[in-house]
Design a binder for this molecule. Structure first.
Ligand code: DQA
Length: 160
C-alpha cells in the first residue's frame, strides 16, 4: 500500500477550538480519523502529523523526499512567508512525488496577507475553501498522481 504523509502546520492542532466559524467544529483527532478512512478507500496508507515548529516541518519534507513519499500539506501560516518550507517542498517534487497543498478555509477570501502562498508556486496543486473535505480531495489527487492507470482513465473520460 502506498504511504502518504499528511503534514499540518502551526495552530492546526487547535482545530475545533480555534475560530470554529472559519475552521469548523471538528478537532484534529477527527481530522486524523477522517484522513485514515478516506486513505483506506483509496488504497493509501496515511500518516497524519502536526507541528507548530517550522524546522520540524522542513525536516518532514526532507524525510518525504528521501523516502519518495507523497505529501498532503496544510502549511497554515507558514504558507504565507516560509521560503524555507517552500524550498523543502521543492525537494519533494524534485524526488518525483506529488505534494498537494490544502487549506481548510479559502485564504484568498480573507486577510490581505493570506492572499500570497509561497508554497503554491512549488506544489503539484492546491485545494482551498472546502473545509476538512479538502483533505479528501487532496488524497484523491495524490492517488490520481501516483496511479498511472487512473490518469489514463480520466484522460479517456475527458475525451469522451
Ligand atoms: C489555513 C489558512 C492560513 O491562512 C492560516 O494561517 C491557517 C490555516 C487553512 O487551513 O485555511 O492556519 O492554512
Amino acid at each position: 500500500m502506498r504511504k502518504v504523509l499528511v503534514v499540518n502546520g502551526p495552530n492546526l492542532g487547535r482545530l475545533g477550538v480555534r475560530q470554529p466559524d472559519v475552521y469548523g467544529s471538528q478537532d484534529f483527532e477527527a481530522l486524523c480519523l477522517l484522513c485514515k478512512k478516506w486513505a483506506q478507500k483509496l488504497n493509501l496508507q496515511v500518516e497524519v502529523r502536526q507541528s507548530d515548529d517550522e524546522a520540524q516541518m522542513v525536516h518532514w519534507m526532507h524525510e518525504a523526499a528521501d523516502t519518495h513519499t507523497p505529501v498532503v500539506m496544510n502549511p497554515a501560516a507558514f504558507t504565507h512567508y516560509s521560503y524555507a518550507l517552500a524550498d523543502a517542498a521543492h525537494m519533494v517534487l524534485d524526488a518525483g512525488v506529488p505534494l498537494v497543498e490544502v487549506h481548510i478555509s479559502n485564504p484568498s477570501a480573507r486577510d490581505a496577507f493570506r492572499k500570497i502562498s509561497v508554497i503554491s508556486a512549488v506544489a503539484t496543486g492546491t485545494i482551498t475553501g472546502m473545509g476538512l473535505y479538502g483533505y479528501k480531495l487532496a488524497l484523491e489527487a495524490v492517488a490520481h498522481c501516483v496511479t498511472p492507470e487512473s490518469r489514463l482513465e480520466d484522460t479517456m473520460e475527458f475525451h469522451g
